[in-house]
Design a protein around this ligand. Structure first.
Ligand code: GLU
Length: 429
């Protein structure tokens, strides 16, 4: 069992789960699952002022949502104060640390080289001249982050530390503690930080950066996990759609590339769309309802038809909501461009006559279904010497307020005769 991989994810509950942290968690999970090792969840809650229960709950919910399960923990640093103290006292005894009031401080010997063999970056060399003496235990009795981290990683038997590049500068300090305490060093893998599409640090400027925002918007967790794992790894052969379970079979920590991944929400939407298309209509409907995207008393059968018709046309639940408004309310918004197009069509007398006749004939239609509607549309256009498009386009705008959507005749069938003719009547006035 000694060689079993043990990795950890160590969030601080001082804020929401950032996309970058979720990616870190995911790669630790992938590696644990790939090797049959263990993922340990550690909560770094030593900052009493800033650590909040709400943040912790949200982080745990986000991890579960993404399918990242852990094998041990959560272990709370706030409950391990005396352990850190014990180790600090050992360093004090050895003469490697000194006291400043209640605080215990580690003495950093100058002019030493510290070499870190990083899996992602290769060798990184630091000089202790750049490192000042390190606080181990603060005057309030709590351990400083770098020290608590080392003690925990040691006691939890962590073999690989996979984390973001923002921790590279902490690593030489941590290595000093390992050496001073005669502890075995874990392997380090620092992943380049996730950037925004424009190459600058990912921030709110680029869109939502909290996992919970995507969760609340109704993004599919499989799609989110799939996208995050592409930001630092590739299954090869141009493959992009891969579930985390499949990825775990392939991924190994040596695969982590030293490339700065850029978060691109359009790519995420595209992947989300791929997962949407692979869901059954029933499942999708349930998910849409759950996400609060369907508030109506329309029958389940009718709802399923709407979802089915639009399944290949929306990438996010928001897009579904936007595209299908006309099925849920008569008060759907009229797109400005669409309105202009409609006005232009209606200025043509022949078109207006054709539309009016189309509406009257629809009303009389015995078998109101998409085939019959289409036949009628084409014959009416022909009668007035028009192309079918001259009837199709304004009709689409009249019934949906948009110039895009599903196939018009299918939409008309689903909406039903009375709604369609009502809406045509309205625009013809
Ligand atoms: N608690 C640290 C953070 O939230 C992680 C520390 C680590 O991974 O070593 O960034």
């Amino acid at each position: 069992m000694k060689n079993q991989v043990r990795v950890r994810f160590a969030p601080s509950p001082t804020g929401f789960l950032h996309l970058g942290s979720a990616r870190t968690a995911l790669f630790n999970w992938l590696y644990a699952r790939h090797t049959g090792g263990k993922l340990i969840l550690r909560i770094e809650d030593t900052d009493k002022e800033r650590s909040k229960k709400e943040f912790l709950d949200e982080i745990l919910d986000d991890l579960k949502w993404l399918g990242i399960n852990w094998d041990e923990g959560p272990i709370y640093q706030s409950q391990r104060v005396s352990t850190y103290k014990e180790y600090a006292l050992k360093l004090l005894d050895k003469g490697l640390a000194y006291k400043e009031g209640e605080a215990i401080i580690f003495k950093v010997e100058k002019s030493h080289e510290i070499k870190i063999d990083d899996i992602v970056h290769g060798e990184i060399i630091f000089n202790t001249d750049e490192i000042k003496d390190q606080v181990l235990i603060k005057s309030n009795g709590l351990a400083a982050y770098n020290f608590a981290c080392v003690i925990d990683d040691h006691e939890m038997g962590i073999t690989h530390i996979i984390r973001g590049d923002d921790h590279v500068s902490n690593t030489p300090k941590q290595v000093l503690f390992y050496k001073a305490l005669n502890l075995e060093l874990p392997k380090f893998a620092h992943m380049p930080l996730m950037m925004g599409k424009d190459g600058s640090k990912l921030s709110k400027r680029h869109g939502a950066v909290a996992v919970s925002e995507y969760r609340n918007e109704g993004f599919l967790p499989e799609a989110m996990a799939n996208y995050l794992l592409l930001l630092g790894w590739s299954p090869g052969e141009g493959k992009e759609i891969i579930t985390s379970v499949e990825a775990a079979k392939l991924f190994t920590v040596e695969d982590l590339g030293n490339v700065q991944a850029k978060f691109d929400v359009d790519k995420l939407k595209w992947i989300n769309g791929e997962y949407i298309r692979n869901k059954s209509t029933k499942d999708l409907l349930a998910l849409l309802k759950n996400a609060g995207k369907i508030k109506s008393d329309i029958s389940a059968a009718q709802l399923e038809k709407i979802v089915e018709l639009y399944k290949t046309r929306f990438r996010t639940f928001d897009e579904f909501e936007e595209l299908t408004k006309c099925f849920f309310t008569d008060d759907f918004p009229m797109d400005e461009k669409a309105q202009k197009k409609l006005d232009k069509h209606l200025k043509d007398t022949e078109t207006k006559k054709a539309l009016s006749e189309f509406k009257d004939e629809l009303q009389k239609l015995q078998n109101y279904n998409k085939e019959e509607i289409e036949k009628l549309c084409r014959s009416t256009a022909e009668k007035y010497g028009l192309k079918p498009a001259a009837v199709i386009h304004p009709t689409r705008v009249a019934i949906s307020g948009m110039t895009r959507g599903a196939g018009l005749f299918e939409m008309m069938e689903l909406l039903g005769k009375s709604k369609v003719t009502e809406r045509l009547t309205k625009v013809l006035k």
